[in-house]
Design a protein around this ligand. Structure first.
Ligand code: CP
Length: 316
């Protein structure tokens, strides 16, 4: 593996899931693999799970890790080429990324979308500039449009908990008070669509259609109760509109995941990437009940990251 920016870099999903589960049973099996190597983790946005799980994963492989909150501690970066840098931005990404490439063996980057300019966000302008100029493998710690480390951990969780050969997996929109990126649902859809092991449906109110580049060929059902019928896994997530870019079209509280809604399912396990707003996105009764697997899912972020980093290290 040369980089990890989306499912396109994952290769055989089942092989990667198996590797992650191997690390879960033997965390230090490859503790010498990353000896003498350093991972840089650059954050332009907040994080709890990605920041900590990826550090644990890198350390399990014997790597050193340096975390840098670029948004708070670094120079303000210019990403456009050919500009006269006479404003607030003191450093160009061309130098910043290239310099980091001198210090690190692997570079992880988290950068959210602005949710204002769809073309700019969906071109992945920011992370691609790091890829272009760093000269070392780049791992997405969530970019403007996808969150592949999360999606791999989601696949690991489904593999661990499934009781049928091809479980029904439903991604359902849920309400939220803030406009959130489409990265997690885009990415989850992309991975589920690429994975033969699941039967995948997406449900959301009209107007919340994801970019078809990610959602096709999943089944789309606008009636949430109907979509949930017979589901083995229900992945709950809010996202803002892709069509009316970055807007909140509805706060429809009827879409919040409750125990009553889960009666339509096949005793479904409930997933969410976290952080989750209780009693807005998912009711307490579900998050605190036996159907919730959100903590196990977050725990699997370590093994997903470890599988990815080890695959990159093996090619260095
Ligand atoms: N799910 C996830 O990526 O969590 P953080 O934003 O806390 O890293």
């Amino acid at each position: 593996m040369k980089q990890f920016l989306s499912v396109a870099d994952a290769g055989d999903i089942n092989k990667l899931v198996k590797l992650a589960l191997n690390y879960k049973s033997k965390p230090f099996a490859d503790k010498a693999l990353g000896a003498g190597k350093t991972m840089g983790m650059i954050f332009l946005n907040p994080s709890l799970r990605t920041r900590i799980s990826t550090q644990v994963a890198a350390r399990n492989l014997g790597m050193e890790v340096i975390v840098f909150n670029l948004d708070k501690e670094g120079w303000q970066l210019e990403f456009e080429d050919g500009v006269v840098m006479n404003g607030n931005k003191a450093e160009h990404v061309r130098e910043a990324a290239a310099v980091m490439g001198q210090y690190f063996d692997i570079l992880g980057i988290r950068t959210f979308p602005g949710l204002i300019n769809k073309a700019e966000d969906y071109s992945e302008h920011f992370i691609n500039q790091f890829v272009k100029h760093a000269g070392i493998p780049v791992v997405s710690l969530e970019s403007a449009t996808v969150h592949p480390l999360q999606s791999l951990a989601d696949a690991v969780t489904i593999r661990e908990l499934k009781t049928t050969k091809k479980p029904k997996v439903v991604l359902t929109w849920a309400p939220h008070v803030k406009a959130l990126p489409q990265a997690v649902p885009n990415s989850f859809a992309q991975w589920m669509n690429a994975w033969d092991d699941v039967d995948f449906t997406i449900t959301h109110p009209e107007g919340y259609e994801l970019d078809e580049k990610f959602s096709k060929p999943a089944k789309i059902e606008h009636d949430q109760d109907k979509a949930l019928e017979g589901a083995d896994f229900v992945y709950v997530k809010n996202w803002s509109s892709y069509q009316k870019y970055g807007q909140i079209l509805s706060t429809a509280s009827g879409w919040m995941m409750t125990r009553k809604k889960l009666q339509h399912t096949n005793n479904a396990k409930v997933m969410h990437c976290l952080p989750v707003r209780r009693n807005v996105v998912i009711a307490d009764e579900v998050l605190d009940g036996p159907e919730s697997v959100v903590v196990q899912q977050a725990g699997n972020r370590v093994w997903a990251a470890q599988a990815v980093l080890s695959e990159i290290l093996k090619q260095r």
